[in-house]
Design a binder for this molecule. Sequence first.
Ligand SMILES: NC(=O)c1ccc[n+]([C@@H]2O[C@H](COP(=O)([O-])OP(=O)(O)OC[C@H]3O[C@@H](n4cnc5c(N)ncnc54)[C@H](OP(=O)(O)O)[C@@H]3O)[C@@H](O)[C@H]2O)c1
Length: 342
Amino acid sequence: MADKMKAVGLYEYLPIDDPKSLQDVKVKKPKAKGKDILVEVKAVSVNPVDTKIRAPKEGKEEEPKILGWDAAGVVKDTGDEVELFQPGDEVYYAGAVNRQGSNSEFHLVDERIAAKKPENLDFSDAAAMPLTTITAWEALFHRMGISINPEDNEGKKILMVGAAGGVGSIAVQLAKYAGLTVIGTVSREETAEWAKKNGADYFINHYKDFPEQLQEHGIQEVDFIFCMNSTETHWENMSEVIAPQGKICSIVESKEELDMNLIKNKSAAFLWEFMFTRPIYQTEDMIEQHRLLKETARLIENGDIQTTATKKMQGLRAETFREAHQIVEEGKMIGKLVIKID
Ligand SMILES: NC(=O)c1ccc[n+]([C@@H]2O[C@H](COP(=O)([O-])OP(=O)(O)OC[C@H]3O[C@@H](n4cnc5c(N)ncnc54)[C@H](OP(=O)(O)O)[C@@H]3O)[C@@H](O)[C@H]2O)c1
């Protein structure tokens, strides 16, 4: 039926080895209104947010809940207030976690948080980028206020905790583009190799003492820390190595109360980054996400930064998505996992 579309969704929150955890479903094809564009989805990526939302818990959905907040595709229709796009435009975007996700044939997204995809990337390579790029860009340049111009960052150092994951892979590239010295944390040779390819200058192990390892590289302190994993585990180490008046930004909620007093004498700042804040709260500046994705497309087209896609799968099928969730849930991703929608 023309008004129905295929999607992968869930009714119950179940372990991923349960075949009902993600199911093939048919749902109503959405219609574009207001500032929304209707996108025919060509590729998506899977992020930890998908597995966290899907994770086992009480409750049932009457209508299938569709996950997936990273997509690339073609604009098919536009709402009456849309100014930035036309049918036929190839776009990439993350979307908003308080709306249905993109694991479907068609998807609605507010034009203010989408941009034209980089021309030199296919849909899969483009779908790897939006959610993690928005996160890393907002953390570095908006929350911590780092300048993107290398002339402003001479001698400045950033510690990236979890440097080889999805967010780390683009955060390292953006920090290098901005001229910072990047120290990445990794725990395996493969992750160190990948972070080095993205531009990281030094490595330390996130399961060992930070100050001691930094000193081995002749580094006493860092100006910025971007924490992308286990905030509570790393808090003491981060407090020790942050420079006086430095900034720490985390994207992972803490499982324990953080002792803010540890950074008081250094007048250091702690900041949160949540990349869905702008779309959820419809902030006046939510178009910043369109702008940063547009600028990222330019940097990719210039060859300044590269796609972070490393694992590619195919098919808008529950079975494919269950396998993808299993991989991401292990917490050992290097770069990003993408799924081409056929
Ligand atoms: N707030 C936001 O807006 C936002 C946005 C995006 C993501 N996130 C969250 O940020 C986290 C990272 O996302 P992601 O997409 O980068 O995840 P990911 O791709 O699954 O991250 C995998 C990486 O984590 C590293 N890792 C594992 N244990 C670690 C530890 N204890 N300390 C430091 N690193 C560790 C691994 O490195 P090794 O194998 O070398 O150990 C691996 O390369 C997730 O919790 C995600 O939900 C938040």
